[in-house]
Design a protein around this ligand. Sequence first.
Ligand code: NOJ
Length: 576
Amino acid sequence: MNYKTIFCLLIIATMISCNSNNSSGPDSQVDEWWKEEIVYQIYPRSFKDSNGDGVGDLKGIIEKLDYIQSLGVTAVWLNPIYSSPNDDNGYDVSDYRNIMKDFGTMKDFDLLLEGLHERGLKLIMDIVVNHSSDEHKWFKQSRSSRTNPYRDYYHWWPAEKGKPNYRYSLFDEKGEAWKYDKKTDAYYLHYFSQKQPDLNWSNPKLRQEVYDIMKFWAQKGVDGFRLDAFQFAAKDTSFPPFPEGFEKNFINYYAMQEGIHDYLKEMNKEVFSQYKVMSVAEGAGRNFEDAHNLVDAERKELNMAYAFDGVDLAKYEGYDFHRFKKIFTQWDSAFEKKGWISIFLANHDQARMVSRFGNDKAMYREVSAKMLNTFILTMRGTPYCYYGDELGMTNSTFKGIEDFRDIAAINGYKKAKSKGEDMDYFMDKLRFESRDNGRTPMQWNSNNQSGFSTGKPWLPVNTNHKVVNVDQQLNDPFSVLQHFKNLTAMRKNNPGLVHGKYKILTPNHAEIYAYTREHEGKKYLILLNFSESIVKIQLPEIKKIKQTLINNYPIMDHQKDVMVLDAYQATVHLLQ
Ligand code: NOJ
């Protein structure tokens, strides 16, 4: 080989590597493993109690690792497991480098992480840094004197300046986000409960502390972070007045304030990019533009948004199905070219999805649960499946306010009462919408306490665990559980269901949600009946069905371009 040939070969090699560098740019699938994940969310308090104290724990999760793997999910998101006085079940952290006593020890955590990784499962940690607990050493120092070095880790308003401008608190029984603290004659800010003071992100020292905490977990090998309430982190620290009634639309005033993108870019540079961990926002800002700015890969902030409009839709009064379809369609098109979204219908802040979007009457519970899981696992975006939804767990049967444990429910009740609201209506609404519905213990079997605990569970087990439980479904080929496993397998075998272009076919249909997904020459048709009626639907795509991949009924009534879908029937097809 003469030097000319070598030179040419070198040029060609460089061109190839340049091209491959281009294709592994921000939008390539190489770095974007998180798009293909199927996330299983575990509320640790409620998953499995290994020591009989009535509270789920890390050893309990370890006992169930094989079960988790068997679901076909690929990653686990754990709600906060750090030391906490539990004013808001762990969303009030008193030590970010330690494990909550109720949940176990750091050794348990290391074993859990190892056990997940051995099974090819990733771990996403919840990082709660819009606020800490008032029992965190930073806050104890901060409130001790006005000149303490930690004073500026939080937001303080000296009382001699008068009362600060009103700020709304989501969990305070008076709805007040400023709390007067006698010791230093000043008010501190808490967007959530009084025991969750907001951290001051304009302080670079605080920011560095947070990045160090995140690095601590990243170095342990966690694979990602979910940023709790982080869209509220940046604040105008002059605390100007907001218009009266702003609290009805507080997101517009609290979310995505100036500075937030700088903090995220800094966090990305310091943590995410260094450790190749994935990042998911809680929320998606005030509008599509905010959402884009959060997750446009070129901006180097977060990987995926987590928009609430879909889940927020279902209330005690019902929900508008047209709007449901419109919201998911709009989010899809907003991220068609750039950015990425999470797909979910439930989490620990929501009541159970079957009771809200499906039908929890005995006759329809199973089919509607299967239908909703089919939706989540056939949309574009990363699916987040909430523990128990693979079984079709439903809302529970709370009676009086004493049955609830959630601070939002308890303080919401006090607030409504003091305002003279209609308390019968309040309670009906709470029984349906309360977050505690989504937090009842996992239903492992039909024994007392559903196999969750040998003690008294911190929140009563749903009485329907006698019929809705893992044991009962495990060997039933037609169970909700088996259907869930079939869905995860289908998604993994069909990348088109992850990356494929989405097109809605029936935006105005009153009962059916039909859409196609298309990718690299393969086209899928998804037909979902969101109602208890038997519905006939005519679509040219139906004629092109080549293979049916999933059906939540044993039969399918299909002729030419017409399909008759039974109550909550859900089918997925490959088209010619
Ligand atoms: C959002 C969390 O999901 C919720 O559970 C918590 O109460 C608030 N943030 C406050 O941390």
